[in-house]
Design a binder for this molecule. Structure first.
Ligand code: PRT
Ligand code: ZN
Length: 297
């Protein structure tokens, strides 16, 4: 393969992962010029380009070296690794990205008795994940037939083409709508940044390292809030005790008011109105809750 000096990231062209993936890349400082065919997007600031493809193609593109990294569901990555065997063994999850969460589960019709995996012996299970399902069946010593379907897996039992299914579940609404009951979770999934397990030794490797550092900053602060408030020195203990988790707050003097302090705290998650009201009752005032955009430790 011809050496490249620009990094190439594969991501889903249009689907559930597209918007959040673009958002996380943007937060890492990457912006792209969209070409008319929308398959290849040239990176404007950094030497990083995007390839927009079907999610199922992403692991293969990385394994072949066409792309250096990919943003893809763990379900798709692990299925590829299971099915492609050695060729894909060197693919790894560089970072979990915290969106596109779902699980790969077995579900049976609500009126079917099911207590243990062995109850699936002799049944037909419809799935788009024959590799992951096959591994689970072997691990649990279940002798069931795998029926591979490209889509509409959840209606297979109703159509009589399968007795159970193995599919992605998020809210569970689709299962309920099809009178199915979730019985076993095979895999907890979310979008991940995938790549080869060794970095390229050229500039692309340096760029990946830079990107991973930025990504850590983005992931770490995504749920964080910066809480700013003013308090008297006498109320400080009471106020501090109520602060939602996170590192120690920073205290700053307030000019001309020696008994007052400005407090700044990084909070690990959302700060609710109720929490703010409690902190205020403890003696705080002038409170601000700010989203955190970036962090570089
Ligand atoms: O065209 P392309 O092949 O790229 O898209 P696609 O249709 O294969 O993928 P897409 O966009 O549907 O999903 C992309 C990825 O999103 C998946 O590989 C998962 O990693 C992740 N994801 C997260 C989900 C779901 N949640 C999800 N709920 N993928 C699919 N579903 C489907 C599921 O298959 C079932 O039909 O939604 C239904 C269940 O949802 P609930 O909420 O009713 O339980
Ligand atoms: Zn797909």
């Amino acid at each position: 393969m011809k050496p490249r000096d620009r990094l190439r990231i594969a991501m889903q062209k249009s689907g559930r992962l597209t918007e959040p993936a673009l958002d996380v890349l943007k937060r890492c400082g990457l912006t792209f010029r969209q070409s008319r065919d929308k398959l290849f997007c040239f990176g404007e600031g950094e030497p990083v380009d995007l390839l927009l493809v079907r999610d199922d193609d992403i692991p293969g593109l990385i394994a072949q070296g066409v792309c250096d990294l990919g943003i893809v569901g763990r379900n798709v990555l692990d299925e590829f690794k299971g099915v492609a065997g050695d060729a894909a063994a060197a693919l790894t999850e560089w970072r979990p990205l915290g969106f596109g969460r779902c699980r790969l589960s077995i579900a049976v019709p609500q009126d079917v008795d099911y207590t243990v995996p062995k109850d699936l012996d002799g049944l037909r299970i419809a799935t788009s994940y024959p590799g992951l399902l096959g591994q689970w069946l072997r691990r649990n010593e279940v002798d069931a037939a795998v029926v591979t379907l490209a889509g509409s897996v959840e209606i297979a039992p109703k159509l009589g083409t399968a007795d159970a299914i193995c599919d992605l579940v998020q809210s569970g609404g689709t299962l309920v709508a099809n009178q199915l009951r979730e019985t076993d979770v095979l895999l907890q999934s979310e979008a991940v940044l995938a790549g080869p397990d060794t970095l390229p030794t050229d500039e692309r490797g340096d760029m990946i390292e830079l990107l991973l550092k930025r990504l850590d900053g983005v992931i770490q602060v995504r749920e964080s809030r910066l809480l700013l408030l003013q308090t008297s020195r006498t109320s400080l203990d009471a106020v501090t005790r109520l602060l939602p988790g996170g590192p120690q707050p920073t205290l700053l003097p307030v000019a001309g008011q020696p008994d007052q302090l400005m407090l700044q705290a990084l909070c690990a998650g959302e700060v609710s109105w109720r929490q703010l009201e409690e902190i205020k009752k403890a003696g705080a005032r002038e409170m601000f809750v700010l989203p955190v955009e970036k962090m570089l430790a």
